[in-house]
Design a protein around this ligand. Structure first.
Ligand SMILES: [Zn+2]
Ligand SMILES: [Zn+2]
Ligand SMILES: [Zn+2]
Length: 143
């Protein structure tokens, strides 16, 4: 795999973690949704952590996972030096450039009632249709 800043172990963990639920430890605080992932911590109880879970290690690199129409995405601007996104389809959501983290075949294809059209380009791994002439639909398909 071509990732730069994240090890294979952490990448595998990132890809199988659930994000977007309230933190069990900080359930009574604001900003307690578990949408962060530390690239440097090993063996946390909870891999998806909230804003308050990770205050001690300021040198650690924290990645924020965003939810976008039932899928989990990463902002492209967060990724230089972390994940090599070469060849991964980039989408624009509300003007923010993102890539999909999880293989989108996990998710119903048409949550918004989109019609399935013949696709000019497709992911070389899962054959998901893509907008651009790139090879992968998501981080998961690339690693
Ligand atoms: Zn950490
Ligand atoms: Zn927490
Ligand atoms: Zn794919």
């Amino acid at each position: 795999m071509a990732a730069v800043g994240i090890g294979a172990d952490r990448m595998a963990t990132l890809l199988c973690s659930e994000f977007g639920h309230p933190c069990a430890v900080h359930y009574d605080l604001r900003k307690n949704m578990c949408v962060y992932f530390c690239l440097d911590c090993q063996g946390l109880n909870e891999e998806a952590i909230c804003f308050h879970c990770h205050v001690d290690n300021t040198s650690h690199r924290i990645l924020q996972v965003r939810k976008a129409s039932l899928s989990e995405v990463l902002r492209v601007v967060d990724l230089p030096g972390v994940i090599d996104i070469t060849g991964i389809q980039i989408y624009s959501i509300n003007g923010i450039r993102v890539i999909h983290l999880i293989k989108r075949s996990c998710v119903a294809y048409s949550p918004l009632g989109l019609k399935r059209r013949p696709q000019r380009f497709a992911c070389v791994v899962c054959n998901r249709g893509l907008k651009d002439a790139v090879r992968f639909c998501s981080v998961q398909c690339k690693v």
